[in-house]
Design a protein around this ligand. Sequence first.
Ligand code: DGJ
Length: 714
Amino acid sequence: MSIKYLPQKKLWLLETKNTSYALGLDEQGNLHQLYWGQKLPYAEDYPLADINCGQSSFDFREGFAPLEYPAWGGLIYSEPCLKAVLPGDVRAASLEYLTHEIEQAGTGKSQEVFRLSITLKDRYWAGLQVRLCYNVYYEFDLIGKHAEIINKGDKAITLESVQSGIWNLPEGDNYRLTHLTGKWAGETQIRRTVLTEGKKVLESRRGPTSPHANPWFAVDSGNAQEEAGEVWFGALRWSGNWKIVAEQSPFSALKVTGGINDFDFAWELEANDAFKTPEFIAGYTDRGFGAASRQLHKYQKKHVLPADGRDKLRKVIYNSWEATYFNVNEADQMALAEKAAATGVELFVVDDGWFGQRNGDNAGLGDWYVNAAKFPNGLKPLIQKVNDLGMDFGIWVEPEMVNPDSDLYREHPDWAYYFPGVPGTQARNQLVLNLAKKEVQSYIYNFLDDLLSNNNISFIKWDMNRHFSEPGWPEAPVKKQREIWVRHTLAIYDIVGKLKKKHTNVIFESCSGGGGRVDLGILQYMDQFWPSDNTDAFDRLKIQEGFSQAYCPKTMVCWVTDSPNYVNGRKLSLAYRFHSAMMGTLGVGGNLNHWTPEEIQTAKDMISQYKEIRGTVQEGSLYRLLSPSAGDLTAVQYISEDAAEVLLFIFLHSSQLGTGKRTVRLRGLEDRALYSIDSQEQPLSGAALMYRGIELDIKGDFESRLVRMHKIEK
Ligand code: DGJ
């Protein structure tokens, strides 16, 4: 049994393979979080909930206890999970236990989800119930929490903050927070900071997830390493405004609270209605940041990715953006398609520029008809050509946006967010459409449904190239206007969900000017991410390292583009560019019309090699051996699901001071198994590869290697 209720102790035990999480009721019916960490053997090992705790009249009872879902009110001054205005203008709530339900999934087979819900109610107004829902992902040592706020009364109430939950960590002083920060062309950069008293807030107030912060965290007890030490970590399944708050009290208590950002948020919860928060997933390991990542990777492949594409290997992509920018037309794209097919590409994607009067970024967004000057015969001849060449066809869209210079905006200026009398701030010459409006949702769904129904399209790249401003919805009742932050995201989920249901074979890629919408929320609907517009293969090493903390390599699309790179002018060999891009879902984004026959041949060889190893890259286990942020050598290792194939990617920044041969120590192998190594005659044992290491003759600037190893069957 993965979830146990011990009535005499009023204790719930949520157990995963290696961890446990304990909840308990005190004598007054308050729900406490009692423990989270390494699994304990006996029920007696867990403490009892006690509300009579504290230090002084300033810090005691509910203001001191590790409550599981504190509603603001009473003596609570830390980040609350719920802040609501109840009938009679009561701006506080006080939650006590009502009932619970345990759902043991299946028959205890591995990789199942076990479910618990605990319902709390307000002590003073019977209309408010809060259902706390727990999903126990046993095999992956992860637990997901979300809350449903239910209005059982006969009057509407206002929700001002509704978090998904809190993770209380054991008492400690030296906690470090690891998080991902970034910017356009520099997403998912790893930062590690010591937590002291006060709050560290990671958040987006921008509408979508944001390239500046990613809804993932890891806290360690001060000394964890890549493959050792205690790490508590988690991620939000949400793609709109979010926040994760790490809050350390003066009493060495650390809480990590997360959910929808309450900034400018309000939700009018009508009688007999419910509001559901996104899930906040978290886990514990004593095996360092690497194990934490691998747990998240496996979980998302099993439980998050859209079911239809979940088990399929991702195809090798060609994308036209860096090759032709807005100058797409039938003849040029056909020429590129021929070259792409010759290199072994399997999916040909036409990026921005194919629709409306889209000759630059100043016009056309919103007008989703094929540009007749560029494609006089529509898209069909190009799609046919691409299909005849043996490739799938994909296309770029940016459905949430409108250029003021578009037919759509001229017809429906009120479809964009706006405040009356305030000019809309443009960014990239565009405005954000109000997806809270049903008519806007229908417009977007219908144009995409038509596009997919009338053409043999297998792939959609869904882009979003600016953040919100003037988030007004003047046509709605005042009380509803602050709901747009949530309604916008739910509308995207709804539209893509419906499209996926109808067009089951279509793969969706989430892009927001690069990695501005990378999160587990959108990953329930879209199959992969465009992590960054920065396609420089060296910069990518850091971006990909950060990305891999939370997201699996299968979702990480990487293109090989032209050299020098448009972002920074850096020149890199084609082999280096390929090796860097082969660590995720491989793509090509260069102008193949300019590649020499030798380069086309190299591309062909590399793509064919990628096809041999992609099962291991996309479905295997990833080990970050040497970080691009520490030293001149970067090393990333993959082990196939059946443990038979091992890949080692090595990147040398630049040889200095006469450093000779380099040795890299592998991870996760079987000590006594023998592994053949493609670069040497002598097989080595797993123990030798891990503890002695593999020696590499690598020198120069921006050199790279891919070493393939195979377990020798006895
Ligand atoms: C931003 C994306 O990240 C690029 O790949 C490209 O699709 C452009 N938008 C097109 O406008």
